[in-house]
Every structure is written in structure tokens, then in C-alpha cells.
Design a protein around this ligand. Structure first.
Ligand SMILES: [Fe+2]
Ligand SMILES: [Fe+2]
Length: 325
């Protein structure tokens, strides 16, 4: 007889982290369409052309990375799960990556003209260094012969490090109390990415710790080589985005700080000397600002409008009849 197909049983959870992560992710669910980005138009108009260019293109790059995650990143991880609940968590993450990828379009449609939007997508579909990092990670995801632990490493490097050259810009503006609704979307994305990176890093460590020492050493060499290659590419990418406003050095400090955090998620030692103290305090301020108007029930942030729900009553069907006073 062939192997039976097994139903996922949430009453027999072998890894409590799966359940805790599912609960955290579903609790912090959000949608881009509920954030009033148009409230940022006045701030947007005060930015000069160079700064507007950076905001648009940074988000073009982020769209590409979230597209990669939603189309291929989580699908590759789902082939090598340890538990059926892990599959459910990865499904949740994959859907949220689609929300992330779409949310930049919500921002574009508010701040940019149709011609500008076309130009941004042409740019992200062709910019050399952006395409480099995307291709390198994609090649690892789609290779069915590669060690599945390497796919987890690639995923965490993308989640916890490669996004941050882009996140710098909205966090900088948030730290200056500008573009706060745009930044709120980015903070919701960062909050998701932080759970994703921690969870995938945790699953990596479970597998890594079962490997013999020699394999662990090889994997370590491979991951530090990959991170360094990605970082070198990120230097070029950052220069292209930020040289015109002189932010390149501070952005690269932020990237190195997050590269170390990615290694930490994987249970490894830091590669760079940079710590939180080295990062521009305005950006750290942006990242740490607790969400304004925090909603007690939804635990989602500033500007997020929770649907008002009440139970149906018989009188709701009395359409066209005079209301009871
Ligand atoms: Fe994402
Ligand atoms: Fe993610």
C-alpha cells in the first residue's frame, strides 16, 4: 500500500515554536489598503527631486525582493519541513510576502505619476546590482540539488540583511517625523520580516546542529563567503541609490549591522564590527518608535483601520422601512 496522506493535527504539535509563530503572525496580520498613505502627500511635495527619486527606487528594489520571496523563497523552504505545522506557518509567510510586494504599489499609486511608476519598474527589472542579488538568491532557491540548509541561509540573508539598504530611507524620514504613513507600512513589513528571519533561522539551527562537525564547518565557510559576496554587491547598489544625497556610508553601516543580525538568527558569530551604536540615531529612532494610536485589540499600528464589526440583527433586513426609534 502506498503511504497515507496525513491530516495536520494542531492538537499534536511536536514543535511549540510552530504554534507560537503561527499565533504571532496571525495576530499581527495587516493589509496595505487600510493605511492612509495619501496623508503623506504634503510631506512628499516638500522633498526635492533627488530625494523623491530615492524613495521611489528604494521601493522598486524592495518590490523585487518581496516578489522573489512570495514567488520562490517560501516555496523552496516548503519542500523540506520538519513538521506539518511548519508548512502552515510558511504558507502564512508566503501570503504576507505578497502583501508586502503589493504594498509598495499602493505607495507608488499615491505618490508617483503613471510614467514615474513605469520607470521605477523598468529600473528594478534591469538594475545590475539589484538583479545580481535577486538572481544569486533565486538560483539557490530553485536548485533542487542544493543542501536545503543553504536555502534557509539565503532566505535569512535576504530577510534580515538585504532589505535594509531600502528600509533605511523610510526609517530616516520616520525619525524626522516625515512620510509617517508610508513609514508605518514599512514598519509593519519590518515587524513581519523580523519574525520570518527569526523563525527560518531557528529551523536552520535545528538542522545545522544535527550535522557532523565537518559539514558544519563547510556550511559556515559557504555562508560567510555568500554574505561577503552579497555585501560587496550591496556596496555598489547603495552607492547607486544614495551617492546623490551623501547617505551611502550611513546606509552601509546599517546594512552591516543587519548582516550581523542575520548571522545571529542563524546562530553564528558576527562578521562586521558595527553595532546599534554605530547606526544613525535618527534611523534607530525611526525603528524603535512605538506605533502611534496603538489599537488595543488588533495590536497593529498607526493608521491601521480595523473593520468595525457587529453582530447582525433581524432589523438589519428591514431595508427601506422606517427605523425604530
Ligand atoms: Fe517581505
Ligand atoms: Fe519575509
Amino acid at each position: 500500500m502506498s503511504e497515507p496522506y496525513l491530516a495536520v493535527n494542531w492538537n499534536r504539535v511536536s514543535d511549540a515554536i510552530d504554534k507560537a509563530t503561527w499565533e504571532k503572525l496571525t495576530e499581527q496580520f495587516w493589509l496595505d489598503t487600510r493605511i492612509p498613505v495619501s496623508n503623506d502627500l504634503d510631506d512628499w511635495r516638500t522633498l526635492d527631486q533627488d530625494h523623491q527619486w530615492i524613495v521611489g527606487h528604494v521601493f522598486g528594489g524592495l518590490t523585487l525582493l518581496d516578489t522573489l520571496q512570495s514567488q520562490d523563497g517560501l516555496a523552496s523552504l516548503r519542500k523540506h519541513v520538519r513538521t506539518p505545522q511548519e508548512t502552515a506557518v510558511l504558507n502564512n509567510i508566503q501570503f504576507m510576502e505578497s502583501v508586502h510586494a503589493k504594498s509598495y504599489s499602493t505607495i507608488f499609486s499615491t505618490l508617483n505619476t503613471p510614467d514615474e511608476i513605469d520607470e521605477i519598474f523598468d529600473w528594478s527589472d534591469s538594475e545590475e546590482y539589484l538583479q545580481n542579488k535577486t538572481r544569486w538568491i533565486y538560483d539557490i532557491y530553485r536548485d533542487d540539488t542544493v543542501d536545503p540548509l543553504k536555502q534557509k541561509v539565503a532566505n535569512v540573508f535576504l530577510e534580515t540583511c538585504l532589505f535594509y539598504s531600502g528600509f533605511y530611507t523610510p526609517l530616516y524620514y520616520l525619525g524626522n517625523n516625515k512620510l509617517t504613513n508610508v513609514a508605518e507600512i514599512i514598519k509593519l513589513i519590518i515587524r513581519d520580516e523580523s519574525v520570518h528571519g527569526t523563525y527560518i533561522g531557528y529551523k536552520f539551527q535545528l538542522g545545522f546542529n544535527q550535522r557532523p562537525q565537518s559539514e558544519q564547518d563547510q556550511l559556515k565557510d559557504w555562508m560567510y563567503d555568500l554574505l561577503y559576496k552579497l555585501y560587496e554587491n550591496e556596496e555598489h547598489y547603495t552607492h547607486i541609490l544614495y551617492d546623490q544625497v551623501g547617505w551611502t556610508d550611513q546606509v552601509l553601516t546599517f546594512v552591516r549591522y543587519n548582516a550581523n543580525k542575520a548571522l545571529m538568527n542563524l546562530g553564528q558569530d558576527p562578521l562586521f564590527p558595527d553595532t546599534a551604536d554605530d547606526v544613525n540615531p535618527i534611523v534607530m529612532n525611526g525603528i524603535s518608535t512605538s506605533t502611534a494610536n496603538h489599537d488595543f485589540f488588533s495590536q497593529v499600528g498607526n493608521g491601521y483601520r480595523l473593520g468595525q464589526v457587529e453582530a447582525m440583527k433581524n432589523s438589519d433586513y428591514d431595508i427601506g422601512k422606517p427605523k425604530d426609534k
